[in-house]
Design a protein around this ligand. Structure first.
Ligand SMILES: [Fe+2]
Length: 298
């Protein structure tokens, strides 16, 4: 009798702890999409390694004392399930520009989950665009896989689409030319990996492209020094053993442990943002929404 009681007690304690854990995880997953993290991402020139490795600023920083250009990058708005208010993002842009001048604001694609409901996304982007106009910095962007069917040359995009364009800057650190360009996303059905724009070899090239897997499809002679992307949402709801990527997505880099942050690969420094909004469900777990001040040392 006493053995049965003890066993029952252990079961009740176990189930109570399990229930408590589920409640705690659920509460965190509900709160996270509201919690914007403004990160500063410092990107240094990459070594020519064939695999992928996290960039270590202590060894990669070299002799740079200041960034060549300074960008504000945000991706994966998914405005129909975005719990970060535009005012919060706007104040992050103003603060970043106030501390040291920004050269541009760049959007990395995915306006809404569904192209058909992108009015909400467009009004969000309009507020960002108005802010950029007011403080006198350009607003550039590329499309993501969820923007399939949307024409980025439509003036209602509010950002200037930089697919196959070359935007020229001069590095504050070296006085040398830096070229920003972009590649749009073809969408997932009948996926096409578009060609990277040809940037002169004497310029530092910065490429904005939504899907980080693009880097696996560069040609031998493509010249990309720095790459800004999003798309993975850092898994959005992280599960044990990376099940969110193994079961739910067919992207290749996460299976190589390349999910978020700054990596070096074959002469390219790659930044993968966690993005701002949510796909399908209004939850995030272990994947806080992110907008970034990106400092490019070149
Ligand atoms: Fe996305």
């Amino acid at each position: 009798m006493s053995g049965l009681s003890t066993g029952l007690l252990i079961l009740i304690i176990f189930l109570s702890l399990l229930l408590l854990a589920v409640i705690v995880v659920t509460v965190i997953a509900v709160i996270e999409p509201h919690t914007l993290k403004v990160t500063t991402r410092k990107m240094y020139p990459a070594s020519k390694i064939p695999g992928f490795k996290k960039q270590d600023p202590s060894t990669a920083s070299g002799s740079f004392s200041q960034p060549g250009i300074r960008l504000f990058f945000f991706s994966d708005l998914h405005a129909d399930i975005c719990l970060i208010k535009p005012e919060r993002l706007i104040s992050a842009i103003r603060e970043a520009h106030g501390s040291s001048p920004l050269d541009a604001v760049i959007f990395g694609g995915d306006i809404c989950n569904d192209y058909q409901v992108n009015e909400k996304g467009l009004s969000y982007l309009k507020m960002i665009s108005d802010t950029c106009n007011e403080i006198g910095i350009p607003f550039y962007g590329v499309t993501g896989n969820h923007d399939f069917g949307f024409d980025p040359s439509d003036c209602r995009a509010f950002f200037e689409c930089i697919e196959n364009k070359q935007i020229h800057f001069t590095s504050r650190a070296t006085g040398k030319p830096v070229v920003l360009c972009g590649v749009d996303d073809s969408g997932r059905k009948n996926r096409v990996w578009y060609k990277v724009p040809d940037v002169p070899s004497d310029c530092t090239s910065v490429l904005a492209v939504h899907n980080p897997d693009s880097i696996l499809h560069f040609n031998e002679d493509d010249h990309v020094d720095f790459m800004l992307s999003g798309h993975f949402h850092a898994g959005q709801i992280k599960m044990p053993f990376k099940l969110e990527f193994l079961l739910l997505r067919d992207d290749k880099l996460p299976k190589m442990n390349v999910v978020e942050g700054i990596f070096e690969h074959n002469g390219t420094t790659l930044f993968i943002s966690r993005g701002v909004g949510c796909n399908k469900l209004p939850f995030r777990l272990g994947a806080l929404p992110e907008v970034s001040v990106v400092e490019i040392f070149a």
